[in-house]
Design a protein around this ligand. Sequence first.
Ligand SMILES: Cc1cc2nc3c(=O)[nH]c(=O)nc-3n(C[C@H](O)[C@H](O)[C@H](O)COP(=O)(O)OP(=O)(O)OC[C@H]3O[C@@H](n4cnc5c(N)ncnc54)[C@H](O)[C@@H]3O)c2cc1C
Length: 438
Amino acid sequence: MSAPGPIDLGEGENYWRHGRAPYVPHAHEMPAEVDVAVVGSGFTGLRTALELARAGRSVAVLEARDVGHGASSRNGGMVGPSFHKLGMAGLTSAYGEAKAGAIMREGMLALDHFEAFVEAEGIDCAFTLPGRFRGAPTAASYEATARECERLSKAVGLPFEMIPKARQRDHIGSDFYHGGVLYPRDGGIQPRMLVEALATRAEAAGAMLFENTPVSGLRRDGERFALRLPSGTLVARDVVMATNGYGAPGATAPLGPRLVPVLTGVAATEELSPNLIRDLTPQGQNFGENRRVFMWFRPTPDGKRFIFGGRLGPMRGSRAARAKAVRASAARVFPQLADVRFTHLWTGAIAYTQDHAPHLGRIDGVWFAGGYCGSGVTRSLYFADKLARRILGRAEAETAFDDLPFPKVPFRPLAPWVAAGLTRWHAWQDARDDARRR
Ligand SMILES: Cc1cc2nc3c(=O)[nH]c(=O)nc-3n(C[C@H](O)[C@H](O)[C@H](O)COP(=O)(O)OP(=O)(O)OC[C@H]3O[C@@H](n4cnc5c(N)ncnc54)[C@H](O)[C@@H]3O)c2cc1C
């Protein structure tokens, strides 16, 4: 392994795009009118466009930057049931036991849906389900995780196995945790490959993809909408807002004003030796941890590098400073990586909601889906399918999230700053707890 040095950006900062040709959509003249305008070309927008185009609707996907510019090409690619962040206990006290179970069950349904969709479409996105180990920093955290998993297992049939500290090394090359839980049905994908596969299929079904086409405003005109584009106005009978954490609040209502974007850092190591990779992840599994400011990490699909993500120190500032912060976070768990070099360093915006739940539906006539709170790989495809069913008037369009209120975020322009301040406070609390454990 070479000595730590300044970040080498190689073929671009985002590892998932490394060595891949840019996706080039077919050229089209912007029509004057379409059945459906989809704003945003991530998983949500592309999957919705695909279903609507296959049903015979004329569809224009309007993307401010390039296809899949947002979180969908930048994420960790970890898939799993994506449970609600409040847990069974939190949800039960907020909504009662039956509703809590129904909300959690959606997480399992989203994973089933994702697996079935990827298989039925024959999509190659390096999808595997090797399992995920989530480390507990303390004995109390281990016990709390065991209780929560028992509840989830009873309520929705979550498969899990508690791994005590004595057996931890079978799963992770680290003594940092006090044991943890193994989710055997979790896995991963190469997210950029999924973006490209969805875009290809949406175009094959007849959807038109327009890059460098930011929507700067939306006006209702009787039964139709007029969307303001750089080239003029596009009229659409239906509008789907699929901008998630990348939409400016004014231009992307109803979604933008209801979400808080939080910037997250991701980094890929240089290629590591097969022995080192085997030491870090003896069974090729992915990882998470129970901390206020948690990190997730996983091997790349080719098994040659590791990717780390989370709110890992400063997101802005010099690359050297950012790489140093990521290296320190990685070495906290894996001292073997104290000298590792990071070749790719990028960021992405996660869209949080006030109630920690994703939302889909229709407000002021505009359809939307988003707010996946950092767990959107399976959920976005599942929600997009539900949204398309609603627009097409098809059956099985309901979810347990439908009746949850989705208010605007108060003082929305300040929200990202408040979130950043809270993160700093939580990171300080985590560091204090680490110091007490030593
Ligand atoms: C760093 C990171 C790691 C993550 N890791 C995971 C993970 O491991 N597992 C998991 O399940 N989830 C993960 N997520 C979450 C997941 O990536 C997202 O929930 C999901 O990709 C959201 O897809 P989307 O299509 O709704 O939004 P996006 O992919 O963000 O797409 C929104 C698009 O809208 C476009 N846009 C915005 N405004 C306009 C406008 N006015 N006009 C036109 N276009 C516009 C943007 O350019 C963007 O391309 C992660 C997210 C991040 C940021």
